[in-house]
Design a protein around this ligand. Structure first.
Ligand code: SF4
Length: 459
């Protein structure tokens, strides 16, 4: 009987895609996936250390696995991968357990996983492999893509920017560009295996410069991905404001399959705090950029990342954040309370001086403001017809499906023909008339003619 593996993923899309790659490597080595931890011979925890809270999840999960082992008497191979593994290395073994972890696998060593799992099954000692690797190639078609619709394609690994709060340059290493030929082959393979949407990933995705084609920047890469047969939607995450060029804005405007949504991290609305964060743009430059993007692409939707309580953030700085959010009118936002991350410049230069109660007060105020903005923006969609690429069947109710608009809004609606299985709608693009809106979701019904347009033979 084939041995089984379970991969649990914390963190960003980059981690989700790394997990898809590790799953593909284990498939190739003859393992089978399982969702049941009682059944797993190998458990991989792919970790995130970008916030303290995310890192804590690893330790909670390890505690649960210890209890599970004591209750069942089973002892799967346990591998800790991802950013916490890279950051802590061998210290993870000392800090956690007597012998619960068998493998510590760094962010640049994914390809070693099958070999280390084999060794762990025989050897009485744990392996730690966190050495850096410049090679960012990956075998074509190996990723076990978890999403039926969206294919993640990494184009850049690592980051050289060293924003003061950010642990990524320490956990993912220096910036390395993937060859354009590999990226295009990966996209073509994803489209040919039924993924109409491609999301290009990089820590600063718009800093891309092809190592195998000096003329190819990120805007050109978008154009070449756009030409690949079967690619209906292109998204990317995350661009940096200072690398958002006129060429990129023009590419978004002119290439119809590039979605009209941009996630544009700002982190603070205060120029003073942005300088302390080493973000290399001011509030004014950011707002100018937003105006430029909106002028070129009037229906663009914007989202962002925001940190509250960075060292030295005063009440006036926080008011600047609130006023920037009011001005920009983001369609969504990821907001976090600042937490000290190991090795970062902020951890060495500043004292974490905004107290926890004040950070909480600020994030509650920010999120309340943002919820109101989202509710108002979504309300405007009521009565319009939007194009929804269905990605999920029956999460809440059997006869309901959901998906995203090109602007990245989540829309739920009943399956247009009650005689069809909801799962058969996944991957179809359906025009949906919006009837109701909340801050996070729109609800509607398939517009007349949707059955034909979605390519079903039920019409
Ligand atoms: S640009 Fe800044 S926030 Fe983004 S990954 Fe690099 S260092 Fe971190």
């Amino acid at each position: 009987m084939a041995r089984k593996y379970l991969i649990e993923t914390f963190g960003c899309q980059m981690n989700v895609h790394d997990s898809e790659r590790m799953a593909g490597l284990l498939d190739q080595a003859g393992y089978e996936p399982t969702d049941d931890q009682h059944d797993a011979d190998v458990i991989v925890i792919n970790t995130c250390s970008v916030r303290e809270h995310a890192e804590d999840k690893l330790y909670t999960r390890l505690g649960e696995l210890r209890v599970l082992g004591e209750e069942t008497g089973r002892r799967p191979v346990v591998a800790v991968a991802g950013c916490v593994a890279q950051q802590e290395g061998a210290a993870l073994l000392k800090n956690t357990n007597g012998g619960l972890i068998d493998i510590v696998l760094g962010t640049q060593r994914l390809k070693m996983l099958p070999l280390l799992v084999e060794q762990a099954a025989q050897a009485p000692f744990a392996s730690v492999d966190i050495s850096p690797m410049d090679d960012v190639s990956f075998p074509l078609g190996i990723a076990h893509r978890a999403d039926p619709v969206r294919a993640y394609v990494t184009i850049i690994e690592g980051c050289n920017d060293y924003c003061a709060f950010c642990v990524v340059p320490y956990t993912r290493g220096h910036e390395r560009m993937r060859a354009k030929a590999d990226i295009l082959a990966d996209v073509a393979e994803a489209a040919a295996t039924g993924h109409p949407e491609v999301q290009l990933l990089g820590q600063i995705v718009n800093h891309y410069q092809a190592p195998d084609d000096p003329a190819c920047d990120f805007a050109q890469l978008l154009a070449e991905v756009h030409d690949i047969r079967g690619v209906e939607r292109i998204r990317f995450a995350s661009p940096h404001p200072r690398h958002t060029s006129d060429r990129l804005i023009a590419a978004m405007r002119d290439l119809p399959n590039v979605c009209n949504h941009m996630h544009l991290p700002v982190q603070s609305g205060s120029t003073r705090v942005l300088a302390a964060m080493r973000r290399r743009h001011t509030r004014e430059e950011y707002l100018d950029l937003v105006a430029q993007i909106r002028k070129a692409i009037p229906d663009v939707t914007l989202s962002t990342d925001m940190i509250v309580g960075f060292p030295g953030e005063t009440a006036a700085d926080f008011d600047d954040t609130l006023s920037l959010v009011e001005t920009v009118q983001y369609h969504s936002m990821f907001s976090f309370k600042y937490s000290v991350r190991p090795n970062t410049l902020a951890s060495k230069r500043f004292v974490d001086e905004v107290d926890e109660a004040e950070k909480t007060r600020r994030i509650v105020a920010l999120q309340a403001l943002q919820r109101g903005i989202q509710a108002r923006l979504n309300e405007r969609a009521v009565g319009t017809t939007v194009e929804v690429l269905v990605d999920t069947a029956g999460r809440r109710r059997d006869a309901e499906v959901s998906g995203r608009t090109r602007g990245n809004a989540v829309v739920s609606f009943p399956v247009p023909d009650s005689g069809t299985d909801a799962a058969t709608w996944v991957g179809r693009t359906v025009p949906v008339m919006i009837r109701r809106a909340g801050p996070h979701t729109l609800w509607g019904e398939a517009a007349p003619g949707a059955l034909r347009q979605a390519g079903t033979d039920c019409a």
